[in-house]
Design a protein around this ligand. Structure first.
Ligand SMILES: Nc1ncnc2c1ncn2[C@@H]1O[C@H](COP(=O)(O)OP(=O)(O)O)[C@@H](O)[C@H]1O
Ligand SMILES: [Mg+2]
Length: 148
């Protein structure tokens, strides 16, 4: 799909806010991209689109997850500091997937084989100081029980 080019944090917020309108409880949004590429800024836009408080949004660096109350709960994970997927075990993090809200995960590749099998993938690329390339797609990996 053609990427979006965002020329400012505000444009990224507007894009995310528009994107959020289609989200339903149970959806999963995975945000991939280097530090400073705009993932958390995008979550602010998601919060805005889901009528949560934008000022509450910040990366949950130490607790791994923040919850914002909007149209439905937004479970915001930032796995940057995760060393290995097993560290998440005590959080029962997967209970927040396909639940009563939307799970939004920064650095989903840190999950290794536990990456959700389906969800919106949003990739961010730093272009220059204020410009970011943003690609949105939906990925679905069939479960084994469906394969021949
Ligand atoms: N077009 C843009 N979209 C998003 N952020 C931008 C843009 N241009 C500049 N920035 C700046 O880049 C930084 C992005 O930070 P952040 O959203 O926390 O990134 P990440 O969560 O990917 O580490 C912020 O300081 C923001 O002001
Ligand atoms: Mg971040």
């Amino acid at each position: 799909m053609r990427p979006y080019i965002s020329k400012s944090p505000l444009q990224t917020i507007k894009l995310a806010s528009a994107f959020a309108k289609q989200l339903k409880a149970g959806d999963i949004v995975l945000l991939e991209g280097q530090l400073g590429s705009g993932k958390t800024t995008f979550v602010k836009g998601l919060a805005q689109g889901l009528k949560a408080k934008v000022n509450d949004v910040h990366s949950p660096t130490f607790v791994l997850m923040n919850i914002y109350k909007g149209k439905f709960p937004i479970y915001h994970f930032d796995l940057y500091r995760l060393q290995k997927p097993q560290e998440l075990a005590s959080l029962n993090w997967d209970e927040y997937l396909e639940a009563d809200g939307v799970a939004v995960i920064e650095w989903p590749r840190r999950l290794g084989t536990q990456i959700p099998a389906h969800g919106y993938w949003i990739e961010f690329k730093h272009q220059d100081e204020n410009s970011r390339k943003i690609c949105i797609s939906y990925r679905w990996k069939p479960q084994r029980r469906f394969s021949r």
